[in-house]
Design a protein around this ligand. Structure first.
Ligand code: AMP
Length: 420
């Protein structure tokens, strides 16, 4: 019978890679806790309108990339393409907003977009992200960016670019859209078909185009920064001032608008030259209108999302691919008759040394081949149980990493030695 393959654009995370995922997740959890962010987990699918209303009907995500299907009752459901909209749905539904107090949340999960798979672009991918909900002040924008930078640094990534922009408030964007549309109309014939189609539906998205001739036109497009009103300018200046005083480098990028409709004011993106075409490994921004789009009252908020696969691609290039399984003890016996004694000793180790990984032989292999395996796994100790060990209630302990010395000891002494 033919074997079954996984779906294009999805990846198994194999045991040899899982350690790297766990390390990254541990760093994410630690840094989140350190800044006072608590974890939230929402369902993987939602009513489609969470995303059509939240992310925006004219975005690529909603138009082209969502996994949407009717369930058996005819209800339209969608696999979450990102977290913020469903998180906001949950915050409203569960009344997680407190008067004048921020709600700080983080998440780690998988997301689904029907995109053309390539290096660093999958149809199921994973993100770590945070949201600082219920503060309109630039302090919260800066908190979120600082957390992101601390996270990146703690992972060991030092070379990256932080791109920063402000897309102002709704009035700013309305005025800017009018000028941008006019400019794009004048240059319509030179634009790609895709960008031409966006002029009327979502002109800001033309600025995201990676098409070479589009990019030439975009370079001379009006800059949104010239359209910021006083309130928007003041907000942006404060963000820049605080980043400056923290000695952080950033690059003002007027064409950075990001793909989702819900952003306002500060937007930012992290880029790495290690990634090739898909060079953004994280991004975020302020969203002041998303709550009202999802039926709540306006709650100003700001957050970011980092792509875990892309972070791991960067780390692989910086640190190499050398995560190994950690095994401390390999327990072998010279005969299957000693199974009871082997189980007694392995339980003794597992219950008293919970930080040690202890494996036993379950294939009844020869001592010679087990020792070969122990070397391959870089095991610290091999424990050998043979006739005399069982008869005398002892075990033989072989030090595999130091002098390869071998000692026979009373079984009651074992834990003391392993923990020393
Ligand atoms: P976005 O929500 O599009 O701003 O995405 C935030 C981050 O998620 C990006 O910077 C990427 O690192 C990651 N990401 C987005 N889409 C994909 C994808 N299709 N495959 C892998 N990573 C992705």
């Amino acid at each position: 019978m033919e074997t079954i393959q996984s779906i294009r654009g999805t990846k198994d995370i194999l045991p040899s890679d899982v350690i790297k995922w766990q390390d990254l997740e541990t760093t994410a959890r630690k840094i989140s806790a350190c800044y006072g962010y608590q974890e939230i987990r929402t369902p993987i699918f939602e009513k489609t309108e969470v995303f059509s209303r939240g992310v925006g009907n004219n975005t690529d995500i909603v138009n082209k990339e969502m996994y949407t299907f009717d369930d058996r009752s005819g209800l339209s459901l969608t696999l979450r393409p990102e977290q913020t909209a469903s998180l906001v749905r949950s915050v409203i539904q569960n009344n997680l907003i407190l008067e004048n107090i921020p709600t700080r949340l983080f998440y780690i999960g998988s997301y689904f977009r029907y995109e053309r798979p390539q290096k660093g672009r999958l149809r199921e991918f994973h993100q770590y992200g945070i949201e600082c909900i219920n503060s309109s002040y630039p302090e919260s924008d800066v908190e979120v960016i600082l957390l992101a930078i601390d996270f990146i640094k703690q992972l060991g990534i030092t070379e990256y670019k932080l791109k920063l922009n402000s897309i102002g408030n709704t009035e700013t964007r309305d005025k800017y859209k009018t000028s941008l549309t006019e400019y794009l109309q004048q240059n319509k014939n030179k634009l790609s078909i895709e960008s031409q189609a966006r002029i009327d539906t979502n002109p800001l998205r033309v600025l995201d185009s990676k098409n070479n001739t589009d990019m030439e036109i975009i370079t001379s497009a009006p800059s949104i920064l010239d359209y910021l009103d006083n309130e928007s300018n003041e907000h942006f200046n404060k963000v820049k001032e605080m980043l400056d005083s923290a000695n952080l480098n950033y690059e003002i990028t007027p064409n950075l608008v990001r793909g989702l409709d819900y952003y306002s004011h500060t937007v930012f993106e992290f880029q790495s030259t290690y990634l090739g075409a898909q060079d953004a490994f994280g991004g975020g921004g302020r969203y002041n209108n998303l709550f009202s789009q999802l039926g709540g009252k306006d709650i100003p908020s700001v957050g970011f999302a980092m792509g875990i696969e892309r972070l791991l691609l960067i780390l692989e290039q910086i640190k190499g691919n050398n995560a190994n399984q950690k095994v401390d003890v390999l327990l072998c016996s010279t005969s299957s008759d000693y199974l009871k004694y082997v189980t007694e000793i392995s339980s003794l180790i597992r219950h008293n040394c919970p930080d040690m990984a202890c494996i036993t032989d379950v294939n009844r292999r020869s001592l010679k081949s087990l020792l070969r395996e122990a070397n391959k796994l870089n095991v610290r100790y091999v424990i050998i149980i043979g006739d005399s060990e069982v008869a005398n209630n002892t075990i033989t302990l072989k030090y595999m990493q130091e002098n390869k010395e071998q000692i026979t000891i009373d079984k009651n002494k074992l834990i003391e030695i392993l923990l020393s």
